[in-house]
Design a protein around this ligand. Structure first.
Ligand SMILES: [Zn+2]
Length: 410
């Protein structure tokens, strides 16, 4: 059975809607207002089912497996929330809710969390974090999405917290210390603060998670693994360079949408973006690297060896092209560096025509996509199986980026 809680906020919104809708003047306006009011009432009844208490509460287990509390789970439009008041009590914190500005200050374990209703961003001792969904008010009480428990609280209590859905809803507190995920990861829900003012390089290891990308015939080599290895190696190499800040769109085997990658890069206000991929073709003869820049020119007659998700077949609206155009000449410069350096280290390949790259749509910085080798080509596989290939190719790509930076500074 699902008990139902009336959400006054939704009611008010509907009342506003109906007021707005009731504005038209004329002799029918009274009649209209009557019917609209009736409609609004019906909508109110419907909306009351929008906020529902989940039938199963969230059981909280301590590190020894002992149940120490049970939290109410509420749902609005398929997003699950818990009440901040209950969470605060569980961890013996205090909270101050400034209703007029929608700001909540929670003090817990000597740390201060500041969140605002309707805003994804929150701060822990001044450091910014991002929630999947903004905190909201349900029946006048502040509610936070479930990732507040698993992604935010561990930073405060210093211990890992796991959410397990296999046997009902269980929140498992842990003795294991919480090791803060690398701040540079896009998937850690944190936005690193831009303090150093260095040259910001964003490396995008293509694919990840269930999207493994291209595969070698024997299934042993996966594009998503290779790109991640190169990304991680590049991060190490570039981090050692003075005045360079390097960020990976993903530093784990995790699926990310194109938009998430680009948003991450844009939020960081990167100076350059390099997306790493490997190629595949039904023709075993296709081999070598391909370097692409984002451009407003639509790619025509795409070969079957190109990954469908990278190249959009649809010509984008002209407004969407402006960003790409802005950085086109710089992107071409980087593409030239990458091409020349890969060639001088013995790889064959080419700098391809400009394409409209869906992976770099809306990217607000110069960007290049490189397909390093064909996982479908026997000769390319021999190159790839060399023990130092990952290290060497990472070095070549880093050198290209550093040369690009030096060129910009001239
Ligand atoms: Zn790919």
């Amino acid at each position: 059975m699902r008990s139902v809680i009336q959400d006054p906020r939704l009611k008010t919104q509907e009342a506003k809607e109906s007021r707005r809708a009731g504005e038209p003047e004329g002799r029918f306006s009274g009649f209209l207002v009557f019917w609209l009011s009736l409609l609004a009432c019906v909508l109110c009844l419907v909306s009351s089912s929008v906020v529902a208490e989940d039938s199963t509460p969230l059981r909280v287990l301590d590190a020894g497996g002992e149940e120490i509390a049970s939290l109410e789970v509420l749902e609005i439009q398929e997003v699950k929330y818990v009440l901040l008041g209950e969470v605060k009590e569980l961890f013996s914190g205090t909270a101050k809710y400034e209703r007029l500005i929608g700001r909540v200050t929670v003090t817990m374990r000597g740390r201060k969390i500041i969140l605002t209703l309707g805003q994804h961003q929150l701060k822990i001792d001044g450091e910014e974090y991002v929630l999947s969904n903004p905190p909201t008010s349900i029946s006048g009480k502040v509610a936070v999405p479930l990732d507040f428990l698993t992604e935010i609280l561990p930073n405060v209590i210093g211990k890992r917290i796991k959410l397990d859905q296999s046997q009902g809803w269980i929140l498992q507190l842990s003795r294991e210390p919480f090791v803060k995920k690398d701040e540079l990861e896009a998937d850690s829900h944190t936005i690193p603060e831009l303090v150093s003012g260095g040259f910001r390089v964003i490396i995008d290891p293509g694919h990840g998670g269930y999207d493994v990308g291209a595969k070698s015939k024997d299934g042993l080599l996966l594009e998503g693994d290779l790109t991640l290895k190169i990304g991680q190696r590049m991060r190490k190499l570039l981090a050692a360079e003075e005045g360079v800040d390097v960020y990976l769109t993903r530093s784990a085997d995790k699926y990310m949408t194109t938009a998430e990658r680009v948003n991450f890069a844009n939020k960081l206000r990167g100076h350059v973006y390099l997306s790493i991929h490997f190629n595949w073709s039904p023709s075993q003869r296709s081999r070598g690297f391909r370097v692409y820049v984002n451009s407003n020119r639509m790619r025509l007659g795409t070969g079957s060896d190109l990954e469908a998700n990278i190249f959009s077949r649809v010509k984008p609206a002209s407004s969407e092209l402006s960003e790409a155009k802005r950085f086109l000449s710089q992107s071409k410069r980087l593409a030239g560096e990458v091409t020349n350096r890969l060639r001088s280290e013995g790889l064959t390949g080419e700098e391809d025509k400009e394409a409209f790259l869906a992976v770099m749509d809306n990217l607000s910085m110069p960007g290049v996509l490189v397909e390093l080798l064909y996982l479908s080509n026997p000769q390319d596989l021999i190159i790839l199986s060399r023990p130092d290939f990952i290290d060497s190719v990472s070095q070549v790509l880093c050198d290209s980026i550093l040369a690009f930076r030096a060129d910009l500074e001239l």
